[in-house]
Design a binder for this molecule. Sequence first.
Ligand SMILES: *Cc1c(COP(=O)(O)O)cnc(C)c1O
Length: 433
Amino acid sequence: MGREAERLAIHGGCPVRQQPWPKWPRADECTEGALLDVLHCGRWTISGMYPGTELFERRFARAFAEFNGARYCVPTTSGTAALTIALEALNVGSGDEVLVPGVTWVACASAVANLGAVPVLTDVEPQTLCMSVDAAKSAINERTRAILLVHLYCSIADLDGFLALSRDSGIPLLEDCAQAHGAVFRGKRVGTFGRLGTFSFQDSKVMTSGEGGAVITDDENLYLQLQQFRADGRAYRQASPTPGHPELEEIGDVQGRNLCLSEFQAAILLDRLGHLEEENRTREANAEYLRGLLSNIGGITSLLRRDGVHATTYYQFCVRLDLSTFGNANIEEIRQALMGELRVFCEPVDEPLNDNRLYNPLASPQKFSPSLREALKPSRFHLPVATTASRECLTLPHKVLLGDRADVEDVAEAFAKIKGYFRSHQAQRGPER
Ligand SMILES: *Cc1c(COP(=O)(O)O)cnc(C)c1O
């Protein structure tokens, strides 16, 4: 019997994948020990009293800065909080414009809009889904305050192009590395190319404490401001804090908020950071193998690994399908079939932000002046490349890459089965849509 005769799992056939996938998030006895240390030491947050020993939060910040090759790191409650204080440190405020890629997680745009600034939705490159330098060039004007560059899914943005653009225009680059922890471009970690780099440690990311985030920078001034933005105007500044007294010093140069990572989360992150490099290597090796298997099937293209990328992070494995080779099925039908075969949740590519149900900056229009309201309208932006990508691409979660070669062979087999099915049922499906 040929493949085309096989019934899809969603129609009651036998799923390709029988075993469970590797677990995510991960933890071991060391993670557990670190959590118990925090539990019993009596210091659960950085704004508590100095216990006489170094906090996990400070140890993690130092280790994460060092891992990335940055001078400073400020941990936060989330990636959104990291973006928010990074934008505040760059002085982004009401009426300013920030270039944001047209396809990315909604927080990139909402963090900007929540500061009263305008996310200028900028189209992406078809082969990487990261912001296009050409589109960015034509979107820049005298109100542009920052370029928020995202390394999306498993791609690294055009850092050469954006560094040149930033230099020529004087507009600072902010790298959102929420999906790229540990990726290396031309020998340097991503997040260290821009003035600031931000990270998320939310559950789905490749390094997690459930929730959490961080900002890295080499700039001492920005570092002092970032600390205050995230701790109600307080910062670490005392050379030798007194045990039993607050470790943070009240400074108040800026209007801050409380966006502090708890000691429990910091303890988990410090422990898991020790595994990041090895997990990234496993994901990358499996992904490279999978790329080859998928290209043999035909009609499936992986995102481009651009020149200069020495190591990439597979947050989600994203592929673009030539739908004509899948019997002109639509991407949603294919995604449903794939989830049936693999028994794992596969996310669609983020909806373009000019038409994304989660991005609704005008839900509270009274927050903005009439001219800002006009500027914030998502539908005023044209994102043809992002829109096409949302109709042709889908993603797989990184845990399918955390096992061995046999695991990714199942992924390839599922694609082959689905392709065979949709090709042979094309005739019954009626005319192309
Ligand atoms: C996850 C993510 C964020 C937001 O991080 P949270 O920790 O969920 O607030 C921001 N940007 C990108 C690109 C992300 O993937």
